[in-house]
Design a protein around this ligand. Structure first.
Ligand SMILES: Nc1ncnc2c1ncn2[C@@H]1O[C@H](COP(=O)(O)OP(=O)(O)OP(=O)(O)O)[C@@H](O)[C@H]1O
Ligand SMILES: CC(=O)N[C@H]1[C@@H]2OC[C@@H](O2)[C@@H](O)[C@@H]1O[C@H](C)C(=O)O
Length: 397
């Protein structure tokens, strides 16, 4: 009998361990840095026990952001740049992981797996690209073979393709972890992540999985960040200082909210491929607000994020006793949170630390959970959502 590949033997052993150490990685649409979450896991599926042991966001230098921005969410980009970045990002993420492990005094040999999201460079659900003959598509780069070889740790990656293969749009994948992290019998809950794009998971009080909904809502920070970069030479509107210095332009806000995406049935996904400064310029043209001040623009874009989130929640979940738990960098944008609160006066709002989950770490934890599932889980059926185990395996040797 031929010998079993040693990597497979080791993988088999990891899947059978009582407790596994896994790292979840998230590098989202905001391009602020790599989120690295080190967790311990036992069990799988809805019985998973996990603990966040360490977390950091390794900030990206401006030079790296500029490189990625050359291809990010662009219809036309250099294929050479995409190819170079695919290898570079994999290798760079490996370095950032090793640095974090050194800081935490954790030996890489003790880590059982890494679950890497990669860097989304283009998200193209069919609804958005509209090209006949092509279905839903998405592309994350930062090849995981480089992470595995450089760190010596099994790496699971490219989670979104299987979701598409099974009929989804490749996102949001938060659903699978959010049920585990946030569901509580007797409480109507929504977990709202405000990253570059805002998404939510509704978790009903009766824990009926057919009622769970997980969907993108629209822009989170992406337009606010883009305006801050373009007009204030700042990566984001820290503590909403710019938004608070401006006024909301109601005509522009209405024009922004008028986009057909907001009337499309959920679940749906989107990205900066749609919500970008061209989209804003079109809305300014339509609302004759091209001449408003840049601070008014940031205030209006921040109100747009808040209003589109509040409108989605108010329309789809008109519940008396709803609790909203926020996460992602937008949870630290006071203007956005204040305006969501004003528009939803009957909803209790807190961030996910109330659930014992670091709001900045949540998405990286979600990918670590998906990695744990890929190793030892079973497909979970949640309503009409794709019931598949996601991720591809990269071996260190
Ligand atoms: N103190 C703050 N004040 C205002 N905004 C903030 C603050 N801190 C973080 N942010 C916002 O959060 C963003 C980073 O959010 P996050 O890391 O959740 O995004 P991401 O993971 O890239 O997004 P996605 O979930 O779409 O993939 C920043 O770009 C900024 O807009
Ligand atoms: C294609 C892609 O990278 N989508 C991200 C992005 O960031 C937020 C939103 O848009 C969400 O759909 C998704 O990420 C989260 C982690 C998800 O899949 O649940």
């Amino acid at each position: 009998m031929p010998l079993l590949n040693k990597n497979l033997q080791k993988l088999f052993a990891v899947a059978q361990k009582d407790e596994r150490l896994g790292i979840g990685l998230m590098s989202g649409t905001s391009l602020d840095g790599l989120d690295i979450a080190l967790c311990s896991f036992s069990g799988s599926g809805l019985q998973t026990q996990f603990k966040l042991l360490n977390f950091t966001t390794a900030p990206y230098p401006e030079s790296f952001k500029k490189e990625v921005q050359q291809v990010f969410a662009k219809k036309q980009a250099s294929l050479e740049k995409v190819t170079l970045l695919n290898t570079y990002i994999g290798s760079y993420h490996a370095e950032l992981i090793l640095q974090a492990l050194t800081e935490w005094q954790v030996n890489p040999a003790d880590v059982d797996f890494i679950a890497s999201h990669g860097q989304t460079i283009y998200h193209a659900p069919k609804r958005l690209h509209g090209q006949s003959g092509y279905g839903n598509a998405t592309l994350q780069i930062g090849d995981a073979d480089h992470i595995a070889v450089k760190t010596g740790i099994f790496t699971i990656s490219d989670f979104r393709q299987k979701h598409i293969a099974a009929g989804g749009e490749g996102a949001p994948l938060a659903l699978y972890g959010d049920i585990l992290l946030g569901s509580k019998p007797g409480e109507e809950r929504i977990l709202l992540n405000i990253g570059g794009i805002a998404n939510l998971t509704y978790l009903p009080a009766d824990v009926d999985h057919t009622k769970v909904m997980c969907t993108d809502i629209g822009p989170g920070n992406t337009l606010i960040d883009a305006a801050c970069r373009a007009y204030f030479d700042k990566p984001f509107d820290e503590d909403s200082q710019i938004a608070y210095s401006g006024n909301i332009d109601e005509a522009l806000l209405d024009a922004l909210l008028h986009h057909p995406f907001f009337n499309e049935a959920a679940p749906k996904t989107t990205g900066p491929e749609l919500f970008n400064l061209n989209f804003v310029a079109d809305a300014q043209q339509a609302s004759r607000s091209l001449n408003i001040s840049k601070a008014d623009l940031v205030a209006t874009l921040s109100a747009f994020t808040a209003r589109s989130i509040a409108r989605f929640i108010g329309t789809n979940f008109p519940l008396a006793d709803l609790k909203l738990f926020t996460s992602g960098g937008g949870a630290r944008n006071p203007f956005v949170i204040e305006h969501i609160g004003k528009a939803l006066p009957n909803v209790t709002i807190a961030d996910t630390s109330e659930l014992g989950i670091n709001p900045d770490a949540k998405e990286a934890i979600l990918f670590a959970l998906l990695g744990n599932e890929a190793l030892c889980g079973e497909p979970i059926t949640i309503g009409d959502n794709p019931a598949v185990l996601m991720g591809k395996f990269s071996f260190p040797a």
